[in-house]
Design a protein around this ligand. Structure first.
Ligand SMILES: [Zn+2]
Length: 140
């Protein structure tokens, strides 16, 4: 399997994608103030410190917003359109995009609890997706 970041993203986020392949959500944590950085950044947006440590977070959060894609922005997903994409606010404070899976998007309600799943997306490798929290975290 490729070690490239999915969707042509830069290598700054490589530990995130490596974590996803292992079924873990891994983000930069600021060594000074503890702020969790996503996307990865060379400088903390909260305290301007440079040092950070990559560490795993709980894969739980709430649905902040969502849309249904009727166009495949990632070619590997062209056979799945239309599909819902969620903006999830994780319990660690990070807001992250991912597909909404294991549920009918008609049942999606802003604020509902979600948990991470990991999905293989063709040549892109493994990416986080999100589904109802009552099913729990699925490590793929
Ligand atoms: Zn900081």
């Amino acid at each position: 399997m490729s070690s490239q970041a999915p969707y042509g993203l830069s290598g700054d986020d490589q530990p995130f994608w490596d974590g996803a392949r292992e079924g873990r959500l891994v983000f930069q944590h600021c060594d000074e103030c503890g702020y969790v950085r996503w996307p990865a950044a060379g400088v903390c947006p909260e305290c301007l410190a440079r040092q950070a440590t990559w560490a795993e977070v709980q894969g739980t959060g709430t649905l902040w917003s969502f849309v249904v894609y009727h166009r495949a922005y990632a070619p590997a997903l062209k056979d799945q359109i239309p599909y819902p994409v969620a903006l999830v606010e994780l319990d660690c404070g990070v807001r992250i995009l991912g597909r909404l899976v294991d549920m009918d998007p008609a049942d999606a309600v802003v604020g509902m609890p979600l948990a991470v799943r990991y999905r293989e997306v063709g040549e892109h490798g493994v990416v986080p997706a999100f589904g109802p929290a009552e099913i729990g975290v699925d490590h793929g």
